[in-house]
Design a protein. Structure first.
Length: 448
């Protein structure tokens, strides 16, 4: 079936999670011309994606379902499902209030093929629909990596939770005496909060390759803008030296180190975009784990479950590497490489909390991603994170040509803008992207 939008200007958004819904919302709010928007998204609701589809009230937003707003709402962390509902409702509001002649259509399918010309973009879906528009936006979100050989050996095992947000998988582990958790970041906090809410009172053993462990967020005052004192560092080593010096100064003054991310955050984009690839890769290889646990702390309400389990002696965290998993009559046997050497231990359950984000498009098995790369419509970013684009988000094809009607937002731009996975960054990108697209449709807007 071939679908042509209503006469006027048109945009196709591929992906209807937070980033895609927010882009549509900003386009509808800002347009002064009749605009036809089509979102291709297989989920029933727009605006949720992976992050906000969870209905577990223990999974909170980090800045309905049993959550009661506290007195200090501004400092609270609502459930992610509730935040997803807010995004859904805001999109409906934008549609209802949009300029006369504007429309939003939700095609419940996945994109299968994209081809572009200088003035039009054509997208075919897995359901057989073919759509054309003036502009297209890739808002594809995150992709889950394939299981590594160690985890693949227990794929489908009732005692293995491949996804820490799979409620049925976690339900099956509630009677375990001990659980191995692979990974020590925000996904780990979600898993423990969910298990504690289920009444689990056994033991957790949390392992990570670097021994990092995410902390709960405190309402610390932002540190001084120390990176504004002189030129920004151009190397990962230089950046680390500046941050360590400021942390020592802050500690000597009795300050809270959690004020540092607030001072660094607005410098992340220029730091990343001004660095050479070798320094970006050096950061990703050596400093990424430290930045992740420093900047991405957990909501206090969720982290309370972690701290309680720790204080009760039911949670231990350590540096270790998972070498193998195999079924056992009492659960799952794990071979670990720890500081003491090799260890074989049987656990009542295993939860994979590695983060579940695959950013290297060359390793993504999704057919549409493979089609985009094989056709040359896009090319991998030189860092291996996401795909290549201008700083503004206009995509670049394999020949180095900048598309003028094909853009991206959020996770596909991880190589262009490091924190593209965050709500704050995606909101900023959506506003700027909507403005750029609408400027093409409204010459007076572009001139102003």
């Amino acid at each position: 079936m071939h679908f042509d939008p209503k006469p006027g200007h048109s945009v196709i958004i591929i992906g209807g999670g937070f980033a895609g819904a927010l882009t549509a919302l900003k386009l509808l709010d800002q347009t002064t011309v009749a605009l036809s928007i089509t979102i291709i998204e297989p989920r029933a609701e727009l605006g949720r994606g992976v992050a906000y589809s969870t209905s577990d009230p223990a999974h909170l937003v980090n800045p309905a379902n049993g959550w009661q707003p506290p007195a200090d709402v501004a400092a609270s962390s609502p459930p992610r499902h509730l935040y997803g509902t807010y995004v859904c409702d805001e999109l409906k509001r934008a549609v209802a209030q949009a300029r006369s002649g504007s429309s939003l259509q939700h095609v419940r399918s996945s994109a299968a093929h994209l081809s572009s010309s200088p003035h039009r973009v054509r997208v075919a879906t897995t359901g057989g629909t073919v759509l054309e528009a003036d502009e297209a936006v890739l808002a594809l979100g995150v992709f889950q990596p394939d299981l590594r050989p160690a985890e693949a050996a227990v794929a489908g095992h009732p005692r293995f939770a491949e996804n820490p947000w799979n409620t049925a998988a976690l339900d099956r582990l509630s009677d375990s005496s001990d659980i191995l958790i692979i990974g020590a970041s925000l996904s780990m906090v979600d898993a423990i909060a969910s298990m504690e809410a289920r009444g689990f009172r056994g033991r957790y053993r949390v392992i990570s390759r670097r021994g990092q462990f995410v902390e709960g967020r405190r309402n610390a005052e932002p540190a001084r803008d120390f990176l504004a004192e002189g030129p920004l560092p151009s190397t990962a080593r230089g950046l680390l030296a500046r941050v360590k010096a400021e942390r020592r100064r802050l500690a000597a003054a009795g300050g809270d180190w959690q004020g540092l991310p607030l001072a660094i955050r607005h410098h992340v984009l220029p730091l990343w975009q001004n660095a050479e690839d070798r320094e970006r890769l050096r950061f990703a290889r050596h400093l990424r784990a430290f930045w992740d646990v420093t900047a991405h702390r957990s909501a206090p309400e969720s982290h309370r479950s972690v701290e309680e389990a720790r204080s009760q002696g039911r949670l231990v965290a350590e540096t270790a590497r998972l070498l193998a998993l195999r079924p056992d009559e009492n659960g799952i046997a794990a071979t670990l490489k720890t500081a003491a050497g090799l260890e074989d231990t049987v656990f009542g359950g295993v939860i994979d909390c590695r983060g579940h984000q695959l950013h290297d498009w060359r390793q993504i098995s999704d057919p549409f991603v493979r089609q985009l790369l094989s056709s040359g419509e896009v090319r991998p970013h030189s860092t291996g994170f996401g795909i290549d684009a201008t700083p503004e988000g206009d995509l670049i094809n394999e020949e180095g040509r900048v598309h003028r009607n094909l853009s991206a937002i959020g996770h596909p731009l991880r190589g262009v803008a490091w924190e593209s996975s965050s709500i704050t960054e995606q909101r900023t990108q959506a506003i700027a992207l909507a403005d750029r697209i609408l400027a093409k449709f409204t010459p007076a807007r572009a001139a102003s």
